[in-house]
Design a protein around this ligand. Structure first.
Ligand code: 4AD
Ligand code: MG
Length: 481
């Protein structure tokens, strides 16, 4: 007999003579009521066991975590909270779960404990919900771009380029680390390495993406990226997923419009398609926040916050305006910021970004036109900027509770200006010769951005630590599983 998903059974429009459900026992009460979950929904189906006619031996094996198959009748439930339940006629234990040893007991576990058990935490309500929402959001990403005619590009994961010029790369080699071949100058001889050159894991697919945008018009990437930055924060991962659209003939304003529309679309898609999971996560957040002082609690509940982002335009503010606001802000005057903002040109830290979003504007903010020297080499230099105060057509989108969720720019399409910039930053022209071809042959205005997928999932699920929205997090000092 074919089994039916719990979600479909719960959504049934009629009672049914004979159904089969398979799943894992969440709880077993009064020797009679199994709460069964199969991952298809946050909701369990109640299975009522005829304990008088079930051997004691079998009843003992219905423990939290055990895999079971039940065959029975789908009947209207007398209990509160569910429309249907299964009156069990036949129960089979598929896989035992030692109640003494199974770590996911039906009680509240700390998030730290759950992280150590990332292979089992997905069996809890919260992580089941988070991972389903994550899946729906990634589908929404593809749906959005595909419906708009973007081409999905798989950019390489192993590359010789440092796209961001930040040098935060994991190196890839097959050389024996205990016996490295050396050149006559005594340096490591990467000619003898697997690729015959020095390579690393990609920090961004942008540069390769740009070459495709200059042929296919509108493209996006969605893949893993790697950063060896030693930022042990609740917003950074060493391995994270990034979505990078790139569009020929788009300028910075078009880029902002695209980013805003895209983010609103995927959030709306999650709101429409993850109702039960988001309702659960909203409750979880309210519960968690009860233990915090009033001042640290969010002003809005999760669904209200998500709807707020849909209903309000993102505030577009230039870097220069933002610096003025920050310089005159109370935390700056009272020296509450760890990094005080004294002058134009300062790089913004997450404390500043969060002040702008959470305290000053109280809505998502797009900051644009940053000082050239705090941004990547490929960003387009603004015309008519004062010497010493050059700005680039960069944009960062800042979200409440998250800080930077998107980084992007209009690209420097002028060959001469780009080359000059690369020289100044000592970026290897030889290594990026293929990239420069986009500017040599048929160059045109184009723009794109990168959205950190986990930061989006953080926002939508109301979680606060990025380690809790990716199945198996990689962070400094930790690569379990
Ligand atoms: O601002 P970033 O570094 O921009 C780029 O990589 C560009 N090449 C994007 C482009 O224009 N195509 O990174 C983009 C986004 C950030 O805004 C952030 O959301 C996320 O990627 N991000 C991280 N997410 C998790 N862990 C990290 N260590 C991250 N670093 C960046
Ligand atoms: Mg950035």
């Amino acid at each position: 007999m074919k089994h039916t998903k719990v979600k479909d059974l719960l959504n049934s429009t009629t009672t049914l003579q004979e159904v089969n459900a398979k799943g894992w026992v969440r709880t077993f009460r009064n020797n009679q009521f199994i709460a069964l979950n199969d991952g298809s929904t946050i909701n369990n189906i109640q299975c009522v066991v005829d304990f008088e006619n079930t051997p004691e031996e079998t009843l003992k094996r219905i423990t939290t975590g055990a895999a079971v198959s039940v065959i029975g009748t789908l009947v209207e439930s007398k209990g509160a909270g569910q429309k249907y339940e299964i009156q069990v006629n036949k129960l089979e234990i598929l896989g035992d779960s030692d109640a003494e040893k199974f770590p996911m007991q039906p009680k509240k576990h700390s998030l730290e404990f759950l992280r150590e058990n990332a292979h089992l935490r997905v069996r809890t309500n919260a992580f089941g919900a988070i991972m389903r929402v994550r899946s729906v959001l990634s589908f929404a990403v593809h749906k959005y771009f595909q419906e708009k005619g973007f081409v999905y590009v798989n950019t390489p994961i192993i590359t010789g380029a440092d796209a961001e010029g930040a040098g935060e790369m994991f190196q890839v080699t097959s050389l024996p680390l205990d016996n490295l071949p050396k050149t006559e100058e005594g340096e490591i001889d990467f000619k003898k390495d697997f690729f015959g050159k020095h390579t690393n894991l990609t920090v961004s697919g942008q540069l390769e993406g740009e070459t495709f945008a200059m042929a296919l018009g509108q493209i996006y990437t969605f893949g893993p990226t790697f950063r060896a930055e030693n930022s042990n924060t609740s917003r950074h991962l060493a391995e994270f997923w990034m979505i990078e659209p790139e569009v020929a003939f788009n300028d910075l304003d078009d880029n902002m419009d695209l980013a805003e529309d895209f983010i609103q679309y995927v959030i709306k898609y999650a709101l429409d398609n993850c109702k039960d999971d988001l309702a659960f996560l909203e409750g979880r957040l309210l519960e968690e926040e009860k233990s915090k002082p009033q001042a640290d609690r969010s002003e809005m509940a999760l669904l209200e916050k998500l709807n707020f982002v849909l209903e309000n335009n993102f505030k577009r503010v230039s870097y220069t305006e933002a610096i003025d606001i920050l310089r005159d802000s109370t935390p700056n005057k009272k020296k509450k910021f760890s990094y005080l903002i004294n002058e134009w040109g300062a790089d913004l830290q997450s404390e500043h970004e969060r002040y702008l979003v959470e305290k000053h504007f109280k809505c998502p903010v797009i900051l644009y036109d940053y000082p050239a020297n705090i941004k990547a080499f490929y960003m387009r230099l603004n015309d008519n900027t004062e010497p010493g105060k050059e700005t680039v057509r960069a944009m960062d989108i800042l979200f409440p509770g998250i800080g930077e969720i998107v980084g992007g720019s209009e690209r420097e399409e002028r060959y001469d200006v780009l080359i000059e910039k690369m020289k100044a930053l000592e970026i290897d022209e030889e290594e990026l010769s293929w990239y420069l071809d986009t500017r040599r042959f048929g160059s045109a205005t184009h723009a794109g951005f990168g959205l950190g997928f986990e930061r989006l999932v953080l926002f939508v699920t109301g979680m606060t630590n990025i380690r809790d929205v990716i199945p198996f997090p990689r962070t400094p000092g930790s690569a379990e599983f």
